[in-house]
Design a protein around this ligand. Structure first.
Ligand code: MG
Ligand code: ZN
Length: 223
């Protein structure tokens, strides 16, 4: 019986995700769903890339958290449109929340919408938000075994960002094991090594957004 209930919820979510996708496509917006454990640096990665993209594309941000508007306040300081979703303790975003948040944006004035999911590597994976691409973020203090322990996330992601690489000398993080496990799960996945503290890798992170936006424009033109 319980399995039926879960399936029903997911079916509704998929239908709402499709509505999100259609609204974004109609407005020519590509969307990114950022998934990671709490504290991996998702918000800082967004704060770091905003100034680099300012002249090239128009970014909007949805922040998902169980409580507070702290991350939205951090993003708002950079002058980009942002909406905070509070899940009231809920451990992942669902498409109905994103669909409601879309009403807070002038979508025609955006190229890319970044959706920062609630910090959690398990259940966000099962909920399509209508995104164009998924990004999994891991920071080096979390350990190299994240892909092996959370295979569903790493199998279903388009990009992996290894964040806080400036801390590698202080961590027992085995990059060879991380790379091998990741390759086994997702041979074609792109991996970016980034430090928001030193700036290493941030150009590649910005380029990834630029290419995504260009691909969105091309798709819009051929539609
Ligand atoms: Mg955050
Ligand atoms: Zn959850």
């Amino acid at each position: 019986m319980e399995i039926n209930v879960v399936q029903k919820v997911l079916k509704v979510n998929d239908e709402l995700a499709q509505q999100v996708r259609e609204r974004l496509r109609a407005a020519g917006v590509v969307a990114v769903n950022l998934i990671s454990a709490p504290g991996s640096g998702k918000t800082t990665l967004l704060e770091s890339v905003i100034p680099l993209l300012r002249d090239d594309l128009r970014l909007g941000v949805i922040e998902g958290d169980p409580e507070t508007t702290r991350d939205a306040e951090r993003i708002a300081r950079h002058g980009v449109p942002v909406t905070q979703i509070n899940t009231a303790g809920g451990c992942h975003l669902e498409a109905n929340l994103v669909l409601q948040a879309l009403d807070r944006f002038d979508l025609k004035a955006l190229d890319v919408l970044a959706i920062e999911n609630v910090g959690n590597m398990v259940c966000p994976v099962g909920f399509d938000l209508g995104e164009t691409k998924r990004v999994a973020v891991v920071s080096t203090p979390e350990g190299h075994d994240k892909p092996a322990k959370y295979p569903k996330l790493f199998r279903q992601t388009d990009l992996v960002v290894l964040n806080k690489i400036d801390l590698l000398p202080h961590m027992d993080f085995d990059e060879a094991v991380f790379d091998r496990d990741l390759k086994e799960l997702n041979p074609d996945v792109q991996l970016l090594r980034v430090s928001c503290r030193t700036g290493e890798g941030l150009d590649g992170w910005a380029d990834w957004f630029r290419r995504l936006s260009e691909a969105g424009e091309a798709a819009e033109a051929s539609a």
